[in-house]
Ligand binder design. Structure first.
Ligand SMILES: Cc1ncc(COP(=O)(O)O)c(C=O)c1O
Length: 426
């Protein structure tokens, strides 16, 4: 992909599936303008750690901006000074505003948002809420996140539901045409990971949504790597449930996550466990579930971290998600270009549309050793093992990979330095 290309046009040309079915374009879903340049100097000033490390592990956990750190420290101090319950009561408005911020980020309603500890809990709360019966089919992506794959198997074993893997197309994307051919009356759920954690790919999730809606099938989207990196509009995507984490591209604190559940499907879902947050004990032998998405929450929480998450969401919205996506995509494309020029280095990403996750191998070198050698130079990256992608890795004969994931606050100079460091190790 070309740096500086008009993104809306580029995505339109880039996705065969989208052209075929004329879905909304993810980065242009709000009728948005082409991305504007990000003020990288300001972004780096807001992120003092950029002076200390070259951080290309944003798909692991991104660097938090100062505002996010300060929001947490301030609240922790308030807790220390006044007591935990008293601090929460005093900050109730701020806590409630977190739901508004996340709703705005996703183009959802605040009543459709639940705050939980991480993306896995969010996804599990949605998935384990679905009542599967023997013979029900669950259609899943090949590159579905490994924890999701484990959960599919457990639920299939317990309930007699059947897992059917939707193949990838020749570009490596979730094959929307194959999905359409696989639909029958027994399909209860379609589960897709928007951006798999180890391959740079962006799956055509709005095209999937149109099929799910047309057939009245529940659609669960794992958006753990895409929220904060790409504009997300749940109405345009057409998903019923979406899970996300705070610490990755949103740049929030660790131990935060959230779930979106479309209002229209809430009553079809029974959370796998309930407590005093998700339900009210209304008579000695009766409880009532909350009417909104908070029925997927539990009561005790790290309020400081959740407030930090709210600030991180507002901070991302302040930059604009289309602009963030444009910058990330351009930097990642430049990184792939530079890496591909190094003898012995193979860039492994596949897909029509690629994102900020860049994966590669260096001939004769173990990814772990490369990551460790880079770490010694204060360069952060991450190894990715084939054992986390037991369907994709054998099909594509993928070995272990190095994953370098860029964010908008990374600089062109860092891309050049990273490539030079790899060239020296190759
Ligand atoms: C695609 C995807 N889904 C889910 C998760 C799990 O997120 P969390 O660790 O916040 O539970 C990850 C984490 O790497 C991921 O990459």
């Amino acid at each position: 992909m070309q740096v500086g290309t008009n993104k809306c046009a580029l995505f339109a040309l880039d996705s065969r599936a989208r052209l075929r079915t004329m879905p909304a374009l993810p980065s242009c879903e709000h009728g948005a303008k082409p991305p504007m340049p990000i003020d990288v100097e300001r972004a780096r000033r807001d992120t003092p750690a950029t002076e200390k490390v070259l951080h290309f592990n944003n798909a692991g956990a991104a660097l938090m901006p100062t505002e996010v750190v300060h929001a947490q420290l301030r609240y922790l101090q308030l807790e220390a000074d006044t007591g935990g319950y008293e601090a929460a009561a005093a900050e109730d408005d701020r806590i409630e505003a977190i739901y508004d911020s996340i709703a705005r980020l996703l183009n959802a309603d605040r009543a459709e948002i639940a705050l939980v500890e991480n993306a896995t809990t969010a996804w599990d709360m949605a998935f384990y809420s679905i009542g599967f019966a023997p013979g029900d089919r669950i259609l899943v992506a090949e590159a579905e996140y490994l924890s999701n794959q484990i959960a599919f198997q457990q639920v299939a074993r317990r309930t007699g539901a059947v897992i059917d893997v939707v193949p990838s197309d020749e570009a490596g994307e979730f094959d929307v045409e194959a999905l359409e051919r696989m639909i029958d009356r027994r399909v209860k759920l379609i589960a897709v990971t928007h951006v798999p954690s180890n391959g740079g790919l962006v799956n055509p999730v709005a095209a999937v949504g149109r099929i799910a809606r047309a057939h009245g099938i529940l659609y669960l989207l794992d958006a753990c790597q895409s929220v904060g990196q790409l504009p997300i509009d749940v109405a345009a995507i057409g998903c019923d449930m979406l899970s996300a984490t705070g610490r990755k591209y949103l740049r929030g604190p660790r131990g935060t996550g959230f779930l979106y559940v479309r209002r229209g499907v809430l009553d079809r879902l029974e959370p796998p466990f309930l407590d005093l947050q998700s339900a009210t004990w209304v008579a000695p032998d009766r409880y009532e579930m909350r009417p909104d998405a908070r029925r997927f929450e539990n009561w005790e929480r790290n309020v400081a971290a959740q407030l930090g998450l709210g600030v991180a969401v507002d901070y991302a919205l302040g930059w604009g998600l289309a602009d963030i996506a444009g910058r990330i995509e351009a930097l990642a494309a430049e990184l792939r270009r530079r890496l591909a020029e190094i003898p012995g280095v193979s860039v492994r990403d596949r897909g029509r549309r690629l994102c900020g996750i860049v994966t590669f191998t260096v001939e004769g070198k173990a990814p772990r050793d490369i990551v460790a050698a880079l770490r010694q130079q204060r360069i952060n990256s991450h190894p990715s093992a084939p054992s986390s992608t037991l369907l994709v890795a054998p099909a594509r004969r993928l070995p272990a990979l190095v994953r370098a994931s860029v964010h908008y606050y990374n600089s062109e100079d860092e891309v050049a330095r990273f490539a030079a460091a790899i060239a020296a190790l190759a």
